[in-house]
Ligand binder design. Structure first.
Ligand SMILES: N[C@@H](CCC(=O)N[C@@H](CS)C(=O)NCC(=O)O)C(=O)O
Length: 217
C-alpha cells in the first residue's frame, strides 16, 4: 500500500495511526502542502484526489481519499484490531466523537481555509490565530463534556478507537497554535495515554521522513 500524505496534516496523521495500530506495511509518499503553492494542487496529484487534499491511499489498483473512508476500509479488510466497535450504540458513539473532530473542527482550521482568510479576505495573522483558538475552544469544550460521559483511558472506555485517532491530531494542532489546554483535563489525560502507545508514536508528525529538520526529534 502507498499513503500520500504530509507530516503535519491531521488527516494524514489519522490514517498513519490507523495503519500502525493494525500493523499494516505501507510506503509513505510525501506531498508538500506549501512548497511551490502546494503539491496537492498539481495536476499529477489531482489525478489521485480531485479535491486536492491529502491523504490518498493506494491499495493495488484501488485508490481512495478521505481519511475516515480510508480507515473504515482498513477496518473492514483487517478487523483483527477493531477501530469501530461492532456494537451499534458503541459504534455510533465512536463515530460521533470522531466526527466532532474530523467534520466540525478540522475543516474550518484547514490550510486552505486559513490561506483564504489571510490571502483573499486579508485578515491579519492575529485575527487568523483568534479564529483557530475560537473554534478549537468551542469544539474542545463540548468534547470535554462528552468524555466525562464516555471516556476511560481512551475516548470511549479503555479501547482505542476511531475517536482517539481523530482526537490526537487535533490536540497536536491546538498545541502547535498555542491554545491553552488547561480547561480540558479529560482530553489531556486521554491524549497523554494515547501518546504513550507505540502506534501513535510512530505516526507522530516529527517521526515522518518529510518532517522539517527543526521539528524532528
Ligand atoms: N476530510 C478530509 C480532509 C483532508 C484535508 O483537509 N487535508 C488537508 C491536510 S489535514 C489538506 O490536504 N490541506 C491542503 C490544503 O488545504 O490546501 C479527510 O479526512 O481526508
Amino acid at each position: 500500500m502507498k499513503l500520500y500524505g504530509y507530516w503535519r496534516s491531521s488527516a494524514s496523521y489519522r490514517t498513519r495511526i490507523a495503519l500502525h495500530l493494525k500493523e499494516l506495511a505501507f510506503d509513505y509518499v510525501p506531498v508538500h502542502l506549501v512548497r511551490g503553492g502546494g503539491e496537492q494542487k498539481q495536476a499529477d496529484y489531482k489525478k489521485l484526489n480531485p479535491i486536492g487534499l491529502v491523504p490518498t491511499l493506494v491499495d493495488g489498483d484501488f485508490t481512495i481519499n478521505q481519511s475516515l473512508a480510508i480507515i473504515e476500509y482498513l477496518d473492514t479488510l483487517h478487523p483483527d484490531v477493531r477501530l469501530i466497535p461492532t456494537d451499534p450504540q458503541q459504534a455510533a458513539i465512536v463515530r460521533m466523537l470522531a466526527l466532532d473532530m474530523a467534520a466540525e473542527l478540522q475543516p474550518i482550521t484547514n490550510l486552505r481555509v486559513l490561506q483564504y482568510l489571510t490571502g483573499t479576505l486579508k485578515v491579519t495573522d492575529e485575527t487568523r490565530l483568534a479564529w483557530i483558538h475560537h473554534w478549537v475552544n468551542t469544539t474542545f469544550s463540548a468534547f470535554e463534556q462528552r468524555l466525562h460521559q464516555h471516556a476511560g483511558s481512551c475516548c470511549v472506555g479503555d479501547t482505542v478507537s476511531l475517536a482517539d485517532i481523530c482526537l490526537v491530531p487535533q490536540v497536536y494542532n491546538a498545541k502547535r497554535f498555542k491554545v491553552d489546554l488547561s480547561p480540558y483535563p479529560k482530553i489531556m489525560a486521554v491524549y497523554k495515554h494515547l501518546e504513550s502507545l507505540a502506534a501513535f508514536q510512530r505516526a507522530r508528525p516529527e517521526a515522518q521522513p518529510d518532517a522539517e529538520p527543526d521539528a524532528k526529534g
